[in-house]
Design a protein around this ligand. Structure first.
Ligand code: TSB
Ligand code: ZN
Length: 586
C-alpha cells in the first residue's frame, strides 16, 4: 500500500486536501475550530473541535460532496506571510491557532497562512496551486483524538482521508484498503470466534473463546517442546510483585508509565507485573551456581499487564493483559555470542515452521546522548551492541539499526512485522542485559573460584501469544494450517435421514486419532452447508452420501479447492496425521 508521506507530490496534494476538508467542514458546521491537519503514512487527517456536535461516518459523504463543490469552484490557493503579531490578530478568535502561534519563534520560523476562497488556515505549506487539482479523494473514517494526545485534554474529532492524482490510483488504493480490512485479525477473530471483548472486563482485555484457546494451546505446546529440547526449564510465577521488587529491578523508575497503579494489601504494596524478569532473577538467585551450570534458561508462559493508552489497544495485537512466551537466559560473558546465536536460530526455525516470510530484523541501540533513559556505561553498551552485530553478520541476517530504541537495560534485536491495518509492531525480541543481574546481585563461581556476575538475555520468540496469534491470523488470512485449525474436519451428511449415522461413526473414528471434527447435521441444503464450511475456513470438508456409506469410504474436499477425492478412512487418517506431524503449510 502506498505510503503517502514518502511521496513528495502526494504529500503536498494530501495536505491540500486536508485544507479542503477543513473548508467544507467550516461551511457545514460554522462553529468548527481546527487544530492540526497533518499528512500521515495513510493519507491525511484533521483534528476538529465541533463543540457539542459530532461527525459520524454517515456524515462523511455530505462533507465529500461539499469538498467536490469547492474543488469545482476552482479557487486559487494563496500564501501570505505574516508577523507573529499579525497572526495573533488574524486568529484571535481561535484558541487552537493562538496556541500554535504563541509557541512559534519568529526568529527561525516564517509564519504563513494559505487562503482559498472564504477559508484561511495557518500553515507552513507548500500546497497545490488551486483547489481544482484536488479531485480524487475519499474520506475514510472518523475517530476521537485528545487535544495534543493528552487524555486530560478535550477530545477532538479526527477525520481521516486520502487523495490521489487520478481516479485509478484512488480506486486501487481503496481496493487494497478493503482487502486489508478483510485481513484484519479483529474481523477474522470475530468471524472465526477466536476472541471477544466486553467493556465490563475492560479495554484491551480480550477474552479468548474456545477456538482461540485451542490455537493458543497448540502454540504453547509447540514452543514448549522446542524450548525443552534446547535445555530451557519452565516455571510458574505470580503475575503480581511488590513495588520493592520493581524498585530493585529499576522498572519502577524507568517503566512506571507503562504500569497499572499499585495496590496496598495489609503491609505490602503490589503491582500487576509488566515483565517477568525480576521473578526469574529471584529464581536464579535461589541457588548457588558454578560456571559449569551456565547457561541457565528459565522459561515461562507468563501473564503481564501493561498500561497501554486506551486509543492504542487493538484486538489481540496490542492488549493490556498479555501472555509472553518469555525466557531469561543466564550466561557467562564468553557465552553471549553462542547463546544469542541459538536464539536467532530458534526464531528462524520457528518462522520457517509457520511459513512466515514477511518480517524484518531490527537492531535497537541506545541513543548515547540520552543519559536519562539508558544507564551510563559506554563500555558495557558498546560491548553488547557489537556482540549482537557480530552474530547477525555471522548468520547473514539482514537488519536495520534503530538508535534510541533499546530497552533501558541493554540493546536488543527485534523482529518487526506489518499488521493489515496500522503501524509496524514487534513480534520476537531478544535483549542483552548487563544491568539487571547487577541490581539483583546475581552471581556464579567461576573456574578460578572468583564470584562473577552473569549476563542475562531476555527473549520471547512469539513475543506474546496474543500478538503472535493476531499476526498469524493476518498472515494466513485465517487459513490456518491443519495442526493449528480449531476445527480440522467438518462432516456434511448428504441426507441426515440416511447418512447421519455413518457421519457420526466416521467422526468417532477420527476423534479416536485426536482429530478435531464437527458434523453439520442441520436441516439445510448441501450447497449451503458447503459454503458455510468454506467461510469457517475448515481445512477438510467430508461429504458422506450413499456411495461413501456403501463402499465404507469418505469423500473430502480440501479448503480452497473445488474437487472432491474419494479414499478409505484409513488413508484419510494417515494423510491427516502426517500433515499434522509435519505441520504442513497449505
Ligand atoms: C522478553 N523482559 C522482556 C522479556 O524477557 C520484555 O518484556 N520484552 S518486551 O517488552 O519487548 O515484550 C516482549 C514482547 O511482548 C514484545 O516483543 C511484543 O511482541 C509483545 N508485546 C509487548 N507489548 C504488548 C502488548 N501491549 N500487547 C501484546 N503484545 C505485546
Ligand atoms: Zn525480561
Amino acid at each position: 500500500m502506498k505510503n503517502i508521506k514518502e511521496d513528495e507530490k502526494l504529500s503536498i496534494l494530501n495536505h491540500s486536501c486536508a485544507h479542503l476538508l477543513a473548508q467544507a467542514v467550516k461551511h457545514l458546521y460554522p462553529e468548527a475550530k481546527f487544530w492540526v491537519g497533518p499528512v500521515v503514512e495513510e493519507g491525511f487527517y484533521y483534528d476538529i473541535d465541533l463543540g457539542d456536535k459530532s461527525i459520524t461516518e454517515e456524515d462523511l459523504p455530505l462533507i465529500e460532496k461539499e469538498m467536490k463543490k469547492i474543488s469545482k469552484d476552482g479557487k486559487r490557493i494563496v500564501r501570505h506571510e505574516l508577523s507573529k503579531e499579525e497572526a495573533l490578530e488574524m486568529f484571535k478568535d481561535d484558541p487552537y491557532k493562538i496556541d500554535l502561534i504563541s509557541r512559534m519563534d519568529e526568529k527561525d520560523t516564517v509564519i504563513s497562512c494559505y487562503t482559498q476562497g472564504d477559508f484561511t488556515d495557518l500553515c507552513r505549506g507548500p500546497h497545490v496551486d488551486t483547489v481544482k487539482e484536488i479531485k480524487h479523494f475519499k474520506l475514510l473514517k472518523t475517530s476521537g483524538a485528545y487535544w495534543k494526545g493528552d487524555s486530560n485534554n478535550k477530545m477532538l474529532q479526527r477525520i481521516y482521508g486520502i487523495c490521489f492524482e487520478n481516479e485509478e490510483d484512488l480506486n486501487e488504493h481503496l481496493k487494497l484498503l478493503e482487502e486489508a480490512k478483510e485481513r484484519d485479525h479483529r474481523k477474522i477473530g470475530k468471524d472465526l470466534s477466536i476472541f471477544m471483548s466486553n467493556d465490563l472486563v475492560g479495554k484491551g482485555m480480550p477474552l479468548w473463546l474456545p477456538n482461540g484457546a485451542l490455537i493458543r494451546k497448540q502454540l504453547e505446546n509447540y514452543i514448549y517442546e522446542k524450548e525443552q529440547k534446547l535445555g530451557y526449564k519452565h516455571v510458574y510465577t505470580p503475575c503480581v510483585g511488590t513495588v520493592d521488587l520493581y524498585k530493585t529491578s529499576g522498572h519502577w523508575d524507568h517503566y512506571k508509565d507503562n504500569m497499572f497503579p499499585s495496590m496496598k494489601v495489609e503491609d505490602e504494596e503490589f503491582v500487576l507485573r509488566p515483565m517477568n524478569c525480576p521473578h526469574h532473577m529471584l529464581i536464579y538467585a535461589n541457588e548457588l551456581h558454578s560456571y559449569r551450570d551456565l547457561p541457565i534458561r528459565i522459561g515461562e508462559f507468563a501473564t503481564d499487564f501493561r498500561y497501554e493508552a486506551s486509543g492504542a489497544v487493538k484486538g489481540i495485537e496490542r492488549v493490556r493483559c498479555m501472555c509472553q512466551n518469555d525466557a531469561h537466559l543466564f550466561v557467562r560473558p564468553d557465552q553471549i555470542g553462542d547463546e544469542f546465536k541459538k536464539v536467532v536460530k530458534l526464531i528462524l526455525d520457528t518462522y520457517n515452521d509457520f511459513g512466515i516470510k514477511n518480517y524484518k530484523f531490527r537492531l535497537s541501540l541506545r541513543d548515547p546522548e540520552d543519559k536519562e533513559k539508558y544507564f551510563n556505561d559506554d563500555d558495557m553498551w558498546n560491548e553488547a551492541e557489537n556482540k549482537l552485530r557480530e552474530v547477525l553478520n555471522e548468520y547473514g541476517c539482514e537488519y536495520t539499526e534503530a538508535i534510541g530504541e533499546a530497552a533501558f537495560y541493554g540493546p536488543k534485536l527485534d523482529v518487526e512485522v506489518k499488521p493489515a491495518v496500522g503501524p509496524e509492531v514487534t513480534l520476537s525480541t531478544c535483549q542483552l542485559d548487563f544491568l539487571l543481574p547487577k541490581r539483583f546481585e546475581l552471581s556464579y563461581i567461576d573456574s578460578d573460584g572468583a564470584k562473577k556476575t552473569p549476563v542475562v538475555i531476555h527473549r520471547a520468540i512469539f513475543g506474546t501469544f496474543d500478538r503472535f496469534t493476531a499476526f498469524y491470523l493476518e498472515e494466513t488470512k485465517g487459513l490456518l494450517p491443519l495442526w493449528l485449525s480449531p476445527m480440522q474436519v467438518n462432516i456434511i451428511p448428504v441426507n441426515n435421514e440416511y447418512h447421519l449415522e455413518y457421519a457420526d461413526c466416521i467422526k468417532k473414528e477420527l476423534e479416536s486419532h485426536n482429530i478435531r471434527v464437527s458434523v453439520d447435521d442441520r436441516e439445510e441444503k448441501l450447497g449451503y452447508k458447503m459454503r458455510e464450511s468454506v467461510i469457517k475456513k475448515t481445512p477438510y470438508t467430508l461429504i458422506l452420501g450413499d456411495k461413501e456409506k456403501d463402499t465404507n469410504t469418505i469423500s473430502y474436499r480440501l479448503r480452497g479447492t473445488e474437487s472432491t477425492e474419494n479414499i478409505t478412512i484409513e488413508d484419510f487418517i494417515n494423510k491427516l496425521k502426517k500433515e499434522i506431524k509435519d505441520k504442513t503449510i497449505f
